[in-house]
Design a protein around this ligand. Structure first.
Ligand code: DCP
Ligand code: MG
Length: 364
């Protein structure tokens, strides 16, 4: 995997830019996409005009309004952002199949094998940004580097509407001077801990005792040392994103009654739980579903958004109600029962919590 060419693309003020595109009269105003300041709302993002006032993602809307009294609040339109994200991916696909989406507005592309523009990743990145600007009227920034770690840092370097390349020959110089807090996963706490050890840049990591770092930070210590030399061999993973997970069981004897059905639920739930834990999927669950196959081999499924659901005391009660509702459709002996969940992959990890705030809805 020597000399790979990785591009990291990240749209500028994504939700806000889409809204400004839809409503050009907003272009010169400070805008934020998120919840209203009257409630407990938070901001998903804001445009660069608002950022000048200190407004930031994940800030409470009320606080944002205090920083920027003229801030215009816009309710999010996720369906539209998803659609735009898909259009961006269609543009990426003209250049490579090796695409790893990180969120709606962010992706890694491995263009090592792309022969367009004589294989120049810098020019490919330019062409992608150009196409997105012309066709979607949005600006994105790009980072070009030999690996994912550096490409992601580089896309931030000349943001917004810019790109930055770290060619292999410049990796060493670049990374030596890099402050540790630019490393993905090194937040405020780790930065402070490192600072206490006299470590502020990647050069400092190189100069410190590796055994001590590993003792202190464990696995992260190993990672920090590798990154401080600009080394990162994680491949661009063309992810088959897991959209759902389910378990089902065919019974030796058909289930004839409501009680018979319900008796099977705990074991199925336990199995679903195990599978969920094993999958390590972090995306929030937004739907649950059940499946019942009858002894005439017909089957029925029923699914429900968690946010739309009636509120039950427990997950078990929820599935119980759904199973019975599904069974009641035919009331024939059942030979198979299944349970499952669907994941919401569309937003940042923090979005689950934020969505609740936008909608002021309790989660089931
Ligand atoms: N987002 C969110 N909550 C967060 C962070 C982001 O809902 N805490 C949403 C809104 C953003 C989108 O995800 O528009 C993309 O996130 P980015 O971190 O890439 O932020 P932006 O694209 O808004 O701005 P930037 O120009 O800094 O990339
Ligand atoms: Mg972005």
């Amino acid at each position: 995997m020597t000399n790979r060419k990785i591009i990291h693309i990240d749209a500028d003020a994504f939700y806000a830019s889409v809204e400004m595109r839809e409503r050009p009269e907003l272009a010169n105003q400070a805008i934020a996409v998120g919840g209203r300041p009257e409630g407990r709302g938070v901001i998903a993002t804001c445009n660069y005009t608002a950022r000048k006032f200190g407004v930031r993602s994940a800030m409470s809307s009320a606080h944002a309004l205090r920083l920027c009294p003229d801030l215009v609040f816009i309710a999010p339109n996720f369906a539209l952002y998803k659609q735009v994200s898909k259009q961006m991916h269609e543009i990426f696909q003209r250049f490579t199949e090796e695409i790893e989406p990180l969120s709606l507005d962010e992706a890694y592309l491995d263009v090592s094998e792309c022969s367009l523009y004589q294989g120049s990743a810098t020019r490919i990145a330019h062409a992608i940004r150009d196409a997105i600007k012309r066709e979607l009227r949005l600006s994105v920034s790009a980072g070009i580097a030999p690996n994912k770690f550096l490409a992601k840092i580089a896309s931030d370097w000349n943001k917004p509407d810019g790109q930055f390349v770290i060619p292999p020959s410049e990796v060493d110089t670049f990374v030596r001077a890099l402050p540790v807090n630019k490393i993905n996963g090194v937040g405020k706490v780790t930065t402070q801990k490192l600072k206490a050890l006299g470590i502020e840049t990647c050069q400092d990591i190189r100069d410190s005792d590796p055994q001590q770092l590993i003792k202190r930070f464990g696995k992260q210590g190993h990672r920090l040392i590798a990154l401080s030399y600009g080394l990162d061999d994680r491949p661009v993973q063309v992810s088959r994103i897991r959209k759902s997970l389910s378990v089902e069981h065919t019974y030796d004897a058909d289930l004839n009654s409501r009680d018979g059905l319900i008796a099977k639920l705990p074991a199925l739930l336990e199995e679903l739980d195990q599978r969920l834990k094993k999958s390590g999927t972090k995306a929030p669950i937004h739907k649950r579903f059940v499946k019942v196959k009858f002894n005439d081999f017909s089957q029925t499924t029923l699914e429900q958004m968690i946010s739309e659901g009636k509120h039950y005391a427990s997950t078990q009660e929820w599935y119980e109600a759904m199973l019975l509702e599904a069974w009641d459709r035919r009331k024939l002996p059942a030979r198979l029962l299944g349970l499952g969940v669907r994941f919401d992959q569309s937003h940042h990890k923090t979005m689950g919590a934020q969505l609740d705030l936008f909608e002021s809805k309790a989660k089931g």
